[in-house]
Write a protein of this length. Structure first.
Length: 378
């Protein structure tokens, strides 16, 4: 079997998750990695067993054998790396948020289209088996008509002013762009509805943070012992956001998103209330789906794809009771992405740059709404 050769840009949390997940597919070979320096790239390459490493991603773009790239770098680099990769004829998987602005995302979409290249914005959470089960249950009308969509996405890793990451001084939105968009993408994907207007409020509790003099990688930066040597830096990105929204004339919803909620490690909570029944999914217990009834006992469904609606079954590779977690959502997304690389005309069953643009549009609306303290039509 001819393997598809791919490269990874970025050597942090996502660089590692992408590399491992790609290898699980069997038909992909990770042949190169680019880091912010040659030394960082080599260290990562040695740790995960990648032959080629470079300190400048543009070197890998000159390699004609590399068909696709995975952009796992900080957000501010997504646009430049994607545009250059597309110009060199590479298919692109780009981490979320897709770009720094809506205008950049439009350019990225236009170039991918002109070049006829596959493109993905990595809203991977959609690919949890129970969420695809829920999506199909909603399509089948198992919950009746949807009335209320609500939830939260909460983390605690930026709780203290000694917690630092490139995200805290990158872009105009932090918590909403970083994790709130995961929640919105999921809510829209699962329900098949769009947020049509919203009213949001963003809050930055810590107006300054202590930036260590030295680099910090994501989720390795949780400071049990705060840095002795730091710069006090003004912060403009939000720690917390809340939003009420409409999905058309009938459906109403609310959500909060936080990176300062002690004990909430990575809690994406989605609740859907219909005219017949309710459903709740908790990202920290992803194998379960709670179904609420009024006139009989509620149920806790345990993932078992053999009893899922047919369209959801292929999102699970293991028998019921054998957990498939966060990293499996990358494998599922990449499998569908590379199917469209190898089979022209295969259905696009993954989030594309268009979905990335959609979320940036929501980020803009949230920022505008919070600034004006009023409703914004999306
Ligand atoms: N889909 C998800 O669930 C998910 C989860 C976490 C992060 N992300 C996204 O992934 C991206 C990376 O986040 P992360 O958490 O891995 O951050 P990270 O800080 O752990 O890793 C970023 C890496 O990029 C490297 N880098 C910086 N400049 C570079 C350059 N010029 N060339 C090559 N590499 C460079 C850094 O050295 C670092 O290794 C972000 O866009 C983030 O929003 C997505």
């Amino acid at each position: 079997m001819k393997k598809i050769k791919v490269a990874i840009f970025g050597t942090g949390f996502m660089g590692r998750v992408h590399t491992e997940s790609l290898r699980r597919l069997g038909n992909i070979e990770v042949v190169g990695v680019a880091g912010s320096t040659a030394q960082r790239a080599r260290k990562f390459a040695d740790e995960v067993g990648i032959e080629r490493s470079v300190g400048d991603y543009r070197e890998l773009l000159e390699d004609r054998e590399i068909e696709a790239v995975h952009i796992c770098s900080p957000n501010a680099l997504h646009y430049e790396m994607t545009m250059r990769s597309l110009e060199h004829g590479k298919h692109v998987v780009c981490e979320k948020p897709l770009a720094s602005t809506v205008a950049e995302a439009h350019e990225m979409i236009a170039l991918a289209k002109t070049k006829g290249l596959a493109n993905c914005t990595l809203y991977n959470i959609r690919s949890y088996p129970q969420l695809q089960n829920l999506r199909r249950m909603l399509e089948n009308g198992d919950l009746g008509d949807i009335r209320i969509v609500q939830g939260a996405y909460s983390q605690d890793w930026l709780l203290f002013d000694t917690d630092w990451n490139w995200r805290v001084d990158s872009g105009s939105s932090r918590t909403f762009a970083d994790i709130g968009t995961h929640w919105c993408d999921l809510a829209e994907h699962v329900t098949g509805l769009k947020i049509t207007s919203l009213c949001a409020d963003l809050q930055t509790f810590m107006k300054t943070r202590k930036r260590p003099k030295g680099s910090v990688e994501t989720f390795k930066g949780k400071n049990l012992t705060p840095p002795a040597d730091f710069d006090e830096v003004a912060i403009n990105t939000e720690d917390f956001g809340s939003m009420i929204f409409k999905m058309g004339d009938v459906v109403r919803g609310s959500m909060t998103t936080s990176q300062v909620s002690a004990g909430r490690k990575n809690r994406l909570f989605l609740e859907i209330y219909g005219t017949k029944a309710s459903a709740v999914w908790d990202g920290e217990r992803p194998e379960e789906l709670w179904i609420g009834h009024r006139n009989r006992s509620s149920e806790l469904l345990i993932k078992d794809s053999t009893i899922f609606p047919e369209a959801a079954q292929s999102y699970s590779d293991l028998p019921g009771g054998h957990s498939e977690g966060y990293d499996a959502t990358f494998k599922q997304t990449f499998r569908r992405f590379y199917r469209t690389v190898t089979e022209r005309g295969a259905p696009i069953e993954y989030p594309t740059f268009e979905d990335g643009l959609r979320q940036l549009t929501l980020v803009d609306a949230v920022l505008e709404s919070s600034k004006q303290q009023s409703w914004i039509r999306v």
